[in-house]
Design a protein around this ligand. Structure first.
Ligand SMILES: NC(=O)c1ccc[n+]([C@@H]2O[C@H](COP(=O)([O-])OP(=O)(O)OC[C@H]3O[C@@H](n4cnc5c(N)ncnc54)[C@H](O)[C@@H]3O)[C@@H](O)[C@H]2O)c1
Ligand SMILES: [Mg+2]
Length: 352
């Protein structure tokens, strides 16, 4: 066991002791890597790297799934040398997490921040051949990844994008410097510290007790409906954001709400999706769709939603040219929220 476990956990059962100590030691190891550049550099020696090209992750196709290959430091050094890039570039990588055995995981974009980005772009097909894998847009691949890879690559893309967009201090205009783990950037002239940001977004499944309200934007794939979502305004609480978004988008007043779960979402930038169930007063269910934000919104019955959740092949166009009503894929928190409503009818009768 490690340095950190013990005292607090000793009185617990063996099972609890093991579970807690593994998680705690891992968390504290990661904290050390974020705070200590030398420790982080040492971790790179035995670490595993996920590769990106202009924010598209390197993936291997395996039947109906994508797998994210890992590369060791020596493999990465050889690759960079082969393509004429300085191995110093490895310091542009960002820390993503670590295994239970403290093998640290990093991500590096082979093009962003490169001193020779044009060369690197031209070399993309050769790199793919060399790596026996392809750089694929995360939006296209996310739903064909396993949960662990989806979460790691979403975090990686969000962090790499943030670093790319925060190269300069907004006060001094000077280049900022990333720490080894990539958990912050510092302006050398005025010491301002910049931390990676994400925008809080509320996503709300509104119910009237028997039906739920789903909506679609014109940018959604054809036939897909989802729960109402919206960015929190500065100064708002979660409750205020839910009430405002529901009022703005469909003209309804939320009576009660209950937090369900949250999820990091990488698109279009980094968001923290905060999912809630909400109810409106019976008899106050007439919707007025804000057509500047939504293409359509409607109430759906329990049976309609349960059937849509079981639908496997949503993109198939029907004979009359329309697309069947379908819901976001399993990995999206919208799916989890809708599934929860279908499986637990209590979600539509929230406590006061
Ligand atoms: N994971 C999921 O299940 C899931 C489901 C639905 C939506 N989403 C995500 O939720 C996000 C928000 O939903 P929405 O588009 O309906 O939001 P929205 O209703 O707030 O409308 C978007 C508009 O809000 C404004 N805005 C305010 N603050 C913003 C910020 N920080 N960043 C960008 N725009 C901001 C912009 O004018 C933008 O056009 C989307 O980006 C979408 O990807 C995720
Ligand atoms: Mg919205």
């Amino acid at each position: 066991m490690s340095l950190y476990c013990g005292i607090a956990c000793r009185r617990k059962s063996l099972w609890c002791y093991r579970l807690l100590s593994t998680y705690v030691t891992k968390t504290r190891y990661l904290l050390e890597l974020k705070e200590d550049d030398d420790a982080c550099k040492t971790a790179q020696q035995t670490g595993a790297f996920y590769l990106f090209h202009s924010l598209a992750p390197l993936l291997q196709k395996s039947e109906h799934q994508y797998l994210a290959p890992q590369h060791s430091l020596s493999e990465l050094e050889k690759l960079l040398a082969k393509f004429g890039q300085d191995t110093q570039r490895i310091e542009d990588s960002v820390l993503l997490g670590c295994s239970e055995k403290h093998e640290a995981w990093f991500a590096l974009d082979l093009v962003l921040n490169s001193s020779s980005p044009i060369n690197a772009s031209l070399q993309k097909p050769q790199m793919e051949t060399e790596l026996k894998a392809s750089f694929i847009e995360l939006r296209k691949a996310l739903f064909q990844l396993n949960e662990k890879d989806a979460s790691l690559l979403s975090t990686a893309q969000a962090l790499l994008r943030w670093h790319d967009a925060h190269q300069f201090c907004s006060r001094s205009g000077q280049p900022t410097k990333k720490n080894m783990a990539g958990s912050k950037r510092v302006c050398p002239s005025n010491k301002i510290i910049y931390y990676p940001q994400m925008a809080p977004v509320v996503i709300t499944l509104v119910s009237d007790g028997t039906q739920c309200l789903l909506a679609r934007q014109s940018s959604f794939p054809k036939g897909m409906y989802s729960a109402l979502a919206g960015f929190c305004d500065i100064g708002e609480s979660l409750e205020e954001a839910v009430r405002r978004e529901v009022a703005e988008e469909v003209g309804l007043e939320v009576e009660r709400l209950q937090y369900s779960a949250s999820q990091h979402w990488p698109f279009p930038n980094s968001s923290l999706m905060i999912a809630c169930h909400a109810t409106v007063k019976p008899g106050q269910t007439e919707i007025q769709v804000n057509l500047r934000e939504l293409e359509a919104a409607a109430w759906f019955s329990h049976d309609e939603v349960a059937t849509a959740l079981r639908r496997n092949n949503p993109y198939t166009q029907q004979q009359n040219g329309t697309f069947p009503f379908w819901l976001p894929p399993k990995l999206a928190i919208a799916h989890q929220l809708i599934k929860e409503w279908v499986e637990k009818p209590t979600c539509s009768a929230l406590p006061a």
